[in-house]
Design a binder for this molecule. Structure first.
Ligand code: LLP
Length: 419
């Protein structure tokens, strides 16, 4: 349940009218509901409390400092995938022993920073990476816990671009190689092989593939024992789906119910890394209609946000609901292609979408934009990046100023020969 709803025909985020923030801050604008995000974090946390799971928010889904801070204060751990994310979550107050670090391509500098920080686990994605972490730890005279990310080879039935646990994926290590690595632990005296990690994909709506992947991982835990390796922690990844359109995803409780029995039986410590489930429905992208035009029987609503602000429709063909910020007396519906100003045919938010009759100046909310929204934005077409605002009950706070033109070009340099 998110906290965006209509009151007297006005779209509200908790106790604040979307219109009011848009008027003051301008558009395009990301608007986050603090209480929605916290609720979702607590839902996962409490569903998995029977195994005392550590919930590590996948910072890639939304790494705004205010959101990271809110989750850190609520006791969340973090899943990071770069030195930048690691620095962000530390700055936000994350406890090092609640940080796990994934990524198929960790650099030496990133590994060094994480080892010095004393993070909980590296989720290791190749034999060469393992060797590199060992050599960094040897040089720093540190011992580090690692989890091998095994590719469980299950199909999570989601979009192919966000499927990660199938056989041909670049992610994880295949089972046979994992076993070989268990046989080589003596070569890694600075590493403690204490964890296994799986992550099969994102926006997964049912529990079955998760359960299948967990069962496969548990077989591998048994196999590890035969090689003298005691795995104490299983990281079951993220991937919980949310409602974008008409999906009926499992709740955190359904998911827990399906996987807790096997997890409990294993006696392992459990880590989860949800991103989208925590922040996805807690954010919207607010945009203003600039122009309307029709062409060959199609009606276009040209808005001031674009694919550089929210890439998901262009990149994945993702569906996002679009709600008008004001529902007053506009009930005569029409069909629109809602498109941005960027010079690409792929720059759209919705195609042939039924909406109340629109007028220039109307505000629209692209729903479900809290995850993989702002973080995937760019300056394409030299468009400054949007502002971000967080609402908590009836107060709102700018948590990222709109980028200015000067900020956008500040690191660019004209070489002397062109001066
Ligand atoms: N753990 C690992 C290792 C991951 O790779 C991911 C996401 C997560 C956790 C968090 O997954 P979530 O709970 O958010 O599903 N940009 C795409 C999604 C990419 C997901 C990448 N990995 C989108 O907009 O749908």
């Amino acid at each position: 349940m998110h906290r965006f709803s209509y009151r007297n025909g006005r779209l509200m985020c908790e106790g604040v009218a979307v219109e009011e923030v848009a008027r003051e801050v301008g558009t395009p604008l990301y608007l986050y509901s603090y209480n929605t995000i916290l609720d979702h974090f607590r839902k996962v946390k409490s569903a998995f409390s029977p195994v005392g799971a550590l919930v590590c928010f996948a910072a890639k889904a939304n790494s705004n400092m205010a959101i990271l801070r809110a989750l850190a204060k609520a006791g969340a751990g973090f899943d990071v995938v770069s030195g930048g994310e690691l620095k962000r979550v530390l700055r936000a107050g994350a406890h090092p022993k609640k940080i796990v670090f994934a990524s198929v391509g960790k650099s030496i500098a990133e590994i060094e920073l994480a080892v010095k920080t004393g993070i909980l686990f590296f989720n290791v994605e190749s034999a060469q990476e393992l060797e590199r972490i060992e050599s960094v730890c040897r040089r720093l005279r540190r011992r580090q816990r690692i989890s091998l990310r095994v590719n469980p080879e299950v199909d999570p039935h989601t979009h192919s671009f966000i499927t990660t646990g199938h056989r041909a994926s670049k992610f994880g290590i295949d089972r046979k190689t994992v076993i070989k690595l268990f046989q080589r632990t003596a070569e890694f005296p600075h590493l403690a092989f204490e964890g296994l990690h799986i992550h099969i994909g994102s926006q997964i709506l049912e529990a079955r593939p998760f359960r299948a992947a967990i069962e496969r991982a548990l077989l591998l835990v048994e196999e590890a024992k035969r090689h003298g390796v005691t795995i104490g922690t299983l990281n079951i990844g993220g991937g919980l789906g949310i409602v974008y359109h008409k999906e009926t995803p499992q709740t955190a409780r359904d998911y827990a119910k399906a996987v807790l029995p096997v997890l409990k039986r294993s006696g392992l410590k459990v880590i989860l890394e949800p991103g989208r489930f925590i922040v996805g429905s807690g954010g919207i992208l607010v945009t203003r209609v600039l122009y309307l035009k029709s062409s060959h029987g199609r009606q276009f609503a040209i808005v001031d946000a674009a694919m550089n602000d929210l890439l998901r429709p262009s990149l994945y063909g993702a569906y996002h609901d679009i709600w008008p910020a004001s529902a007053n007396g506009r009930l005569r519906p029409a069909r629109y292609d809602v498109v941005g100003p960027v010079c690409e045919s792929g720059d759209f938010f919705a195609k042939n979408r039924k909406l109340p009759k629109l007028h220039p100046g109307d505000l629209l909310a692209v729903m479900g934009a809290g995850a993989y929204g702002f973080v995937m934005s760019s300056n394409y077409n030299s468009r400054p990046r949007a502002a971000e605002v967080m609402v908590r009950s009836n107060k709102w706070y700018v948590v990222r100023k709109r980028e200015t033109f000067e900020e956008m070009i500040q690191s660019e340099k004209i070489p002397p020969f062109l001066r």
